[in-house]
Design a protein around this ligand. Sequence first.
Ligand SMILES: [Zn+2]
Length: 125
Amino acid sequence: MAIIACPQCGKKISSRAAICSHCGIQLGEASEQDLAVFEARRLRERIYRLNMISYGVITLFVAGFGWYWWDSNGFAQAPTAGPFVLMGLAAAGYIVVRVLLFRSRQLRKAMRETPGLGSDLRRNL
Ligand SMILES: [Zn+2]
């Protein structure tokens, strides 16, 4: 077994891989099971990424609130618009991320309930 570059995305993969684990291109005889495992892994990574982004936007919101406090001298004066813009963008981003996360989790639930899945696929979900 050797490490080669994927012909489509150029990332490093095993020479024996039937599917590139990065971009999903089929390189050889990929079974239904291989494809299902790839989809499951991609879904898991997507859910992980969305979780990280949701923590990021929460941090931005908190930063916006801190800015609000700083800008208004401890809420004594009217602040500038900046903190509200940041908090508004963070709140909107949070809602978008939660919707995407909800949809990905629904998809994962549907995959888990598909009859006839092998145990290695279930491990990937
Ligand atoms: Zn690739």
